[in-house]
Design a protein around this ligand. Structure first.
Ligand SMILES: NC(=O)c1ccc[n+]([C@@H]2O[C@H](COP(=O)([O-])OP(=O)(O)OC[C@H]3O[C@@H](n4cnc5c(N)ncnc54)[C@H](OP(=O)(O)O)[C@@H]3O)[C@@H](O)[C@H]2O)c1
Length: 360
């Protein structure tokens, strides 16, 4: 069996920003690397598709913890198991996606041990942006049958974050929620999960076109955060519907609490998973007096990912893919798209059949 296996793989690797480049921006280069020998418990996945997250851009900008020059990019990826240390492994030939994190099994409060996310970092020293990835067999989950590799690659990190954000929001059928920055991967999956739950969703975005697309996916309406008066517009929309917000799922940070407090019911929750607008969140006595709760959240556990994927499968949710790039050699376009922020949904890289065959 081993003679048929690839000895090397192309991978997208983080290379140090050249001296003098200001602001700092590390390079992303395709490099040929050896495929490690399979150790007990390991499998070899031939990747079909991988997907970007905003953190990949933060890493190139040097604005992420534990960055490791020389490491492979990517937390998200999916493909087919083509070899296993155990020749009778039932995972052989199965379509799978990789768990994007390590160190968090099931504790609802947070990671049980040292937590790390795949791609670009020192722990774990593993990234998905490659033709072949060797991984522990326990660190993959089966791909739902209604999704192809590009669609499931768009799911793990963002889907997990969205799932836990929705859970923290404590919402259920009939509630109303605001999701900010709807063009983002996490925000869109939160929208899809909420719509499947029967929750009414309002959104914000920098773009009217993205709001219109969100409405097609089931949102009730939306407002542009680029307009200072967006909270008033939101108030008008909510008035038409007659329901205050039970929760806000936010990726911007900054003054979100002050902007929504008029429309958030007493005891309502603001769940924040990102800081795209500012790295701080202001909370005043006004929110305190209304019992508003600010809840920070970060990805989730393996148990959360299993539950989230079961929900995805049950409701036949298809993650929104903004673009599929043809191969690692054009991955730079994905970084540029994220910098512009023009995408609606996830940016995916298809790992080409040709480059895989050429490497066997
Ligand atoms: N806590 C966690 O575990 C976790 C997990 C994943 C991501 N994150 C963080 O969450 C954020 C979004 O990540 P992503 O991967 O979904 O990003 P993404 O797909 O690149 O999308 C970027 C998002 O930023 C929004 N945005 C841009 N400027 C904004 C502003 N001034 N105010 C409010 N929103 C603004 C965009 O909204 P429009 O396109 O609609 O304008 C879009 O939703 C990032 O900061 C990321 O690091 C955190």
């Amino acid at each position: 069996m081993s003679t048929k296996l690839p000895r090397t793989t192309n991978a997208l690797v983080l290379r140090k920003s050249p001296p003098g480049r200001t602001p700092l921006f590390h390079d992303a280069v395709v490099q040929e690397q050896p495929v490690p020998q399979l150790k007990p418990g390991e499998i070899l996945v031939k990747m079909g598709a991988v997907a970007f997250n905003h953190r990949d851009l933060w890493i190139r900008m040097g604005r992420y913890p534990r960055i490791a020059i020389g490491s492979t990019f990517g937390a998200d990826g999916a493909g087919t198991v083509i070899a296993a240390a155990d020749p009778a492994d039932p995972l052989l030939k199965q379509r799978v996606f990789l768990t994007p994190m390590r160190g968090w099994e099931s504790d609802p409060n947070g990671p049980e041990s040292d937590f790390g996310i795949l791609g670009g970092g020192s722990f774990p020293r593993l990234g998905t942006f490659a033709e072949y990835v060797v991984v522990q067999r326990t660190e993959v989950l089966p791909t739902p049958t209604h999704l192809n590799d590009e669609q499931i690659a768009a799911w793990p990190l963002a889907g997990l974050t969205a799932w836990r954000s929705v859970a923290h929001a404590g919402i259920s059928r009939g509630d109303t929620v605001l999701i900010t920055g709807i063009g983002g991967g996490v925000a869109l999956l939160a929208l899809q999960i909420c719509v499947a739950m029967g929750v009414s969703v309002y959104v914000t975005s920098g773009s009217q076109q993205k709001i219109d697309k969100a409405v097609k996916l089931g949102a009730k309406g939306g407002v542009r955060y680029s307009e200072d008066s967006w909270p008033d517009h939101l108030g008008s929309l909510l008035k038409q519907n007659g329901a205050p917000l039970a929760a806000v799922i936010d990726s911007g940070g900054d003054e979100i609490l002050g902007k929504v407090n008029r429309y958030l019911k007493a005891g309502g929750k603001v769940v924040c998973y990102g800081m795209t607008a500012a790295p701080t969140i202001t909370m005043s006595m006004r929110e305190v007096m209304r019992g508003h709760q600010l809840i920070g959240t970060m990805m989730g556990s393996r148990a959360d990912l299993v539950a989230a994927t079961a929900f995805l499968t049950q409701h036949k949710i298809t993650p929104v893919v903004a673009a599929v790039l043809p191969g690692l050699r054009v991955a730079e376009e994905g970084f540029q798209m994220m910098q512009k922020g023009s995408q609606f949904g996830k940016i995916v890289v298809k790992i080409g059949e040709r480059e895989v065959k050429a490497n066997l």
